[in-house]
Design a protein around this ligand. Structure first.
Ligand SMILES: Cc1cc2nc3c(=O)[nH]c(=O)nc-3n(C[C@H](O)[C@H](O)[C@H](O)COP(=O)(O)O)c2cc1C
Length: 170
């Protein structure tokens, strides 16, 4: 199966990027094909300003992927701004695809913020979500390493389930 992992944070020290990288490694170990896209490498502009070349490339990658994993940071109890720009501009061909969410937040009380991404994907493109989210906060990391055993276990479980269900649907 071909999985697109979109790490959507533009932060230099992004924690959701680390979650994406950990899941990428798990899925590579299981033999899946991964296209890893780091939004920090995509020059982007809002929808009505047109698509940059790298945004056009992402649009094609979305179309070609069997399924998609989003890495997101929580901003104001919702998705981060760069993810919203990419969703609006590049996900027109995501219809019906299976997806999963990896989320980094500042605190533990923002876990429902991922529901905004769920709503967008399900309402706009009838996508189907893996009913398990990896949610991590600052205390789960030491420098640029995931140090929480609980989060590492969830990453393993998320990857196993995403791999199993993703392959059945691909
Ligand atoms: C503009 C902004 C708004 C934020 N709002 C929230 C919030 O509502 N809830 C929360 O738990 N963390 C919030 N945070 C903290 C981020 O979720 C946290 O830094 C997380 O690590 C971001 O993901 P990233 O490291 O992948 O960029 C906010 C950060 C920024 C920059």
């Amino acid at each position: 199966m071909n999985t697109l992992i979109l790490s959507s944070s533009l932060a230099g020290n992004s924690r959701s990027y680390l979650l994406c990288k950990a899941v990428e490694q798990e899925l590579l170990d299981k033999g899946d094909n991964i296209i890893f896209v780091d939004a920090r490498e995509i020059p982007m502009q809002p929808t009505h300003k047109g698509l940059t070349d790298k945004m056009e490339t992402l649009t094609k990658q979305v179309e070609e992927a069997d399924n998609i994993i989003f890495g997101m940071g929580v901003h104001c109890y919702s998705i981060n701004d760069s993810l919203k720009i990419l969703l609006d501009a590049c996900f027109g061909k995501a219809t019906g695809k299976f997806f999963g969410i990896l989320c980094a937040a500042g605190g533990e009380r923002s876990y429902l913020s991922t529901m905004h991404l769920t709503q967008i994907c399900m309402n706009e493109w009838r996508m189907m979500q893996l009913p398990r989210i990896v949610y991590a906060t600052g205390k789960d990391f030491t420098e640029d390493t995931i140090s929480s055993t609980e989060v590492l276990e969830r990453i393993e479980l998320f990857s196993e389930e995403f791999h199993t269900i993703g392959n059945k649907l691909a």
